[in-house]
Write a protein that binds this ligand. Sequence first.
Ligand code: A3P
Length: 381
Amino acid sequence: MNMSLNNYIYHEEAGLLPRAKGLCCRRISKAKVLGLLVFVGLALFLLTLSSPHYDMNQKVDSGARRRILPKVTDYIDPANKVRPGNSIGLHHDIQNNIPVHKKTDLRQRLPQCLIIGVKKAGTGAMVQYLKLHPDIVIADRELNFFDYERNFKLGFEYYKTLMPPSYEGQITMEKTSNYFHNKDSEWRVHSMNSSMKMILIVREPIARAVSDYLQRKLKDKNTIDLTPTFEELIIRPKNGRINEGYPGIRPSFYYKHMLRWLKYFPLSQIHIVDGDNLVRNPFEEVYAVESFLGLPHLITQDRFVFSDKKGFYCMSMDGFNGTRQEQCLSKGKGRKHPDIDEGVMEMLTDLFRPLNQQFYKLIGKSLTGKINGSYSLNTKI
Ligand code: A3P
C-alpha cells in the first residue's frame, strides 16, 4: 500500500484527509450549493404545476399531457363568481315557450355548451339552426381553444374575450369540430368546467370520411381535381390494407374517441345528434337539442324549408316588411360525393361495422346513416 504523504492533504478542521479523486472530498463552493438549491426549487415548482391536484382556478396547465383524471376544480369566472355550468338549465318559463333570458347584464361569458364535432357531420348546419334560438349565442368561428396547446396556454380569460356578449340566462356556445377527435381536448374542457354540456354530431362514418377527403381537396380552391383519389389515399399500396393513419378517416373512429370523453364526463352531459337525420329532419334534431339544454322550444318547424336547388334544408329567415327569406348553408356544405370503388366500400364497411356497434352500445342508441343506399349503420350483422 502506498502511504506516501502525496496522497493526503491537510484540512484546517479535519486534519489529514486523503487527496480527493472523486467528489467525496472536494470542497463545494457556496455558489454551487446555491445553484443546486435553485435548481431543486425550480424542479419542485414545475412538478407542482403539472400535478393533477394543482388548483387550476387561476392558471391554465402548461399542456403537459395527462393520462389521469384531474381533480375537479372548475375554473371560477372572476366576473361571474359561479361555476360556468350553473347557469344552464334555467328556472323560468320553459312551459310557456318564452325566452328564458332577460335583457340584463350583457357581457362576455365562457361557454356552457360546446359543439365538439364531429367534423363533416353537420356541425355548421347545427350552429346556424341554433342561432335561431333567442336564448343561445354562439361564437362566430371555430376557436380551436382546447385542441391547440398554444391557444389553451393563453388561458380561460383570453378564451372568454373571444365570446360574443350574452345576457344573463342566455347560453353561450362554441363549436370547434376538431375537439372530439383531439386527444387533449376532453381533459382541458373538464379542467375549465366539469359541468360542461356537449353536443356531438355523428354521421355514417364512411360518408363522413369521404366528405373530409373532399374538404381537404377542395378547401379554398375552385378546381375539382380529385387526385389522388379517396381510394388511393385510404388504401396502403404496399399491402392493400386500409390506411387508418389517413387524417381524413381518423375522426370516424367514434368508439375510440368517445371512450376518451367518457373518462371525464358522464354520458348525460353529451348529447348525440344523428347527423344523417339532421339532413332529413333538422327540426327533430334541433328540438332534441333544445330539450337537452333545458330551453323552451322556440325554433319552430316552419323555419326549415327544403330547397330543391340546394338539395338540403335551408332556413326561413325574417326579411323586410314581414317577408321571409330562404337562407342556405354555404357552397362547401352539401357537396356531391364521388362514387367509391365497391371493394374499398366493402373493406371500410367491415372496418366500421363492429366499431359502430361498440359505439352504439356505449351511447345506448343506434343511428340511421346510409351511404348511397348501400350501407346502413342499422344493417343487421
Ligand atoms: P357534405 O358536404 O359531405 O354533404 P360540417 O358542417 O360539420 O362540415 O358538415 C358538413 C355536412 O353537413 C355536409 O356534408 C352535409 O351533409 C351536412 N349538412 C347537414 N345539413 C345540411 C344543410 N342544411 N345544408 C348543407 N349541408 C348540410
